[in-house]
Design a protein around this ligand. Sequence first.
Ligand SMILES: [Zn+2]
Length: 482
Amino acid sequence: MGNTSTRIATRSAGVAVSAAVVLAGGALTGAAQAAPPHAGPGSSGVGDPYYPEYGNGGYDVSHYGLKLKYQPATDRLDGTATVTARTTQALTSFNLDFGLKVTGVTVNGRRAAFRTASAHELVITPARPLRKGQRVTTVVTYGDTPGQVKVSGITSWHRSPDGGAVAANEPESAWWWFPSNDHPTDKATYDVSVTVPDGYQAVSNGRATGTRRAGGWTRYDWREHRPQASYLATLAVGKFDVTTSRAPNGLPVVNAYSRDLPADVRKNAQQSLERSAEVVQWGSKVFGPYPFDALGGYVPNVKAGFALETQTRPFYSPAFFRKGPNVDVVVHELAHQWFGDSVSLRTWRDIWLNEGFASYAEWLWSEQHGGDSAQKWADRTYAQYAAGDKFWQVKPGDPGAANQFHGAVYDRGALAVHALRAAVGDRDFFRIVRSWTAAKRNGTATIEEFVAHAERVSGERLDQVFRTWLFTPGRPAKGPGH
Ligand SMILES: [Zn+2]
């Protein structure tokens, strides 16, 4: 995620505190007689230290098949989600994370009972309990007006004046358009089919696999066949100009720009996004092979103070392009394709692995394209915040849910990366980065694993460097590299 202007855009309304979910054991006694040994309800969260209720226990999703129909005039979204999973324990019931109104659920073809346990927990009780290791196909049918759904005061459904809508936010975004196991530890592949009135386009992740027109409606099919975290899935409906091309490496590039953008914003946005292939080519040299097989981005006409690294196709608020072309934000979101999207965080506490590296990528880009060196960026950033500034009290290695997107996670986070580079030297630094993205490709990782990896590759003890820059409040006595 990238924030506009100040960078210190603390999230105004976190959703960290959600109502405790009490699973009704009583309702399950009838089924329990037929239950496999040790069958019980799946947990309502994966136990993330910042968001304990996010994600669910008891199963692992491999694929989401989403068939959606959106009516801009009424903000009506109807959907059928087919969730393919395998159980990791015997289950009498399990949860999906979702915020919209559900009308029906089947599990392995049989009608299942369902109820809402909190603003974002859907509890499903299959007709028969599930064995451990069983393949499970859950079909959820739903319909709602997502723009009216707020959870703890926030919405991640952004309407545009042309009647369109965009689902994008971090970490909460899926609740407004599909039921999921909403945590980065459960990545899956996606097929997204969206039917919209003729004249509108629907954009999602990965490759466009087809378009079909019938009876005043157009269906757009998208496929992301590499593992994708639920918050990195995106949907955009609107009146877009869509440009398609091929990157030098042969990958399809799809960019979309709202037709409503002011002419100068549109021009600036296009001059920035059209460099995506060049940025990806540069990133492939610096960070290792590009992990996906499509790229691009989209700029809808919505009011939002951020850009987001939605997989293969980042979301950019038009706010980034008001003053001129902005390649930095493109570099930031595309660097996330390696740091965040391919190598995803194990828990939300590991956010530095995403934002520290995406921010540092902007300094590296500058250094290698005739701008200031990363050392100069580091010196300026260190000097920018006085020792008494609250900035230095936020620990990028464990900022807390309320400060997860605090400027310190970005700027001090980038200083931490530079401190590592200064400690091990350029040769080992780039070896560390490239072998890290290779070792963790399409997986998840913790900061502790990164520290161990950096020590292994460099052969040096680095705990002091990371303790100083990631885990100790207060401004270090000297900037990195001095
Ligand atoms: Zn970011």
